[in-house]
Design a protein around this ligand. Structure first.
Ligand code: AMP
Length: 477
């Protein structure tokens, strides 16, 4: 099995692009999938975002499309030859950016279409002709209906993150799209898991596929203290605050499943006096780096992130990880909690489990090969369940006029309440930086990374305008 890209005999323009990316060797999914896709066979690959699977399918597809490469300006000479379908606009945007980088020294054109933005610029791009089209299913159907996208010359189709597409309910859309494609084609399906539904999909649309599975990670740090608390959705914020306080947690990652939830949670924690920053698909690389630097410098206590945004981030050891939402993919659980308790340091992973999470917890149990015991969480304060104090109440109760944050800041400076009887101190974190006491923000001083921040250059989502129509997609990030 070749592990260096040089063993692949990629065409010079593709090899040059790969060299420019600085990749030293192939990832396991690349080493296994690229040679197979180069032969034109169908593939069913078990791999998720972050494993290098975009290059695993796009490099061999581009190589096979090179025979069609031409510099003609005629749209007719640039029909869609490869279609890549993804569940969310963030993933579609991310994959399209990578495809563009790999194809930059060729005359092969690529474009991306997804919902939540104007159809017009997408239409113009499609009408000019593109060989590789990356799309989310709903918006692609809009373009098919408007006769902007003609798919009768498609030779390759990639169903990427297929499990998430099915989770979101895209099966009927996928079936319709696939019905427009020529029967004679290569189909590649990538999914984090091979559930019964995925296998049914593969049986219907793939032709004698080669199955490729890279090892599913299920190793957690040996020193990890894991808790799964049974709470309602409305209790989660209260639970988070309480555990942070009780355990004297100085810094933590808080994982959520959607970028909308991410932004909302970060805002409300910030209002409650916790220095918080959000990392999600709508943040530019620049903003992400600033947030990261602020977290590393201790200017931010809680980093609220989605899985996609957190992937590739170089933050490896935090005292605690909270799964505010149970992840959609069991592997993400392992990735998330692997951020804490590394190299023998004590770490804590807390997962909030609500009524709808039974199936997801079952998936994690299967992956970890252990039974998960849900623990009840006793709330210290007698506050109304389901309605968490968002700050305004504290302000009104204090009867003061002014910025509610002032009151919250004062509250946050109170000594940490005594830990409950069953509290067990862990070994002190290895990094002295994490020993610094929690410092509540003052209303006037913006975090350094915010004060110096320029207006966002939002590379990922410059054209993305949230619209209600795509709200269902947010869930999947
Ligand atoms: P993906 O799973 O395709 O979303 O890729 C995740 C990240 O890994 C992207 O930022 C890629 O640029 C990067 N990547 C892909 N292949 C390699 C490789 N062979 N070596 C190092 N990084 C890679």
């Amino acid at each position: 099995m070749p592990s260096s890209f040089s063993n692949l005999s990629l065409a010079e323009p593709l090899a040059r692009a790969v060299a420019e990316m600085g990749y030293e060797s192939m990832t396991p999914i690349q080493a296994q999938a690229i040679p197979v896709v180069l032969t034109g066979k169908d593939v069913m690959g078990a791999a998720q975002t972050g494993t290098g699977k975009t290059a695993a399918f796009s490099l061999p597809l581009l190589q096979r499309l090179l025979k069609h490469e031409n510099a003609s300006t005629s749209p007719a000479r640039h029909p869609v030859r490869a279609l890549v379908l993804l569940p969310t606009r963030e993933l579609a945007d991310q994959v399209a950016q990578q495809v563009k980088l790999y194809a930059k020294y060729t005359n092969l054109r690529s474009a991306v279409v997804f919902g939540g933005m104007d159809m017009k610029p997408q239409t113009l791009e499609l009408k000019r002709g593109v060989e590789v089209l990356v799309a989310t299913p709903g918006r692609l159907l809009d373009h098919i209906e408007a006769k902007n996208a003609v798919l009768n010359q498609v030779e390759y189709v990639v169903l990427d993150e297929a499990d998430r597409m099915l989770d979101i309910g895209f099966l009927p859309d996928l079936q319709r799209i696939l019905s427009y494609l020529p029967k004679q084609r290569t189909t590649l399906l990538f999914s984090a898991t091979f559930s019964a539904e995925i296998r049914r999909l593969a049986n219907s649309y793939l032709n004698d596929p080669v199955t490729i599975e890279v090892a599913r990670p299920n190793e957690r740090p040996a020193t990890l203290e894991e808790h799964f608390y049974s709470v309602t959705d409305d209790e989660k914020r209260h639970a988070l605050r309480q555990i942070v306080r009780q355990r004297g947690i100085t810094q933590a990652f808080v994982f959520v499943n959607s970028k909308l939830g991410c932004a909302r949670l970060a805002r409300s924690l910030e209002r409650e006096g916790m220095k918080t920053t959000a990392l999600h698909g709508d943040k530019s690389q620049d903003e992400r780096l600033k947030a990261l630097a602020a977290f590393k410098a201790g200017e931010v206590d809680l980093l609220v992130a989605t899985d996609v945004a957190a992937r590739g981030l170089d933050i490896k050891d935090v005292p605690a990880v909270f799964n505010f939402d149970v992840p959609f993919n069991a592997e993400d659980y392992v990735h998330r909690v692997g951020r804490t308790g590394r190299a023998g340091a004590s770490g804590m992973a807390v997962t909030f489990v609500s009524g709808n999470d039974t199936r997801l917890i079952g998936d994690i149990e299967k992956l970890l090969k252990k039974k998960i015991e849900l623990e009840p969480l006793e709330f210290e304060e007698d506050r109304p369940r389901g309605r968490i104090n968002d700050g305004r109440r504290a302000w009104r109760e204090a009867g003061e006029v002014g910025d509610p944050r002032d009151v919250l800041d004062a509250a946050a400076r109170e000594p940490v309440p005594r830990a409950p009887r069953d509290w067990r101190p862990g070994a002190p974190p290895r990094d002295p930086f994490f020993d610094q006491p929690y410092q509540a923000p003052t209303a006037e001083t913006a975090a350094a990374w915010e004060a110096g921040a320029k207006p966002a250059v939002n590379r990922v989502s410059a054209n993305i305008k949230p619209k209600r129509k795509v709200a269902a997609l947010f869930k999947a990030e």
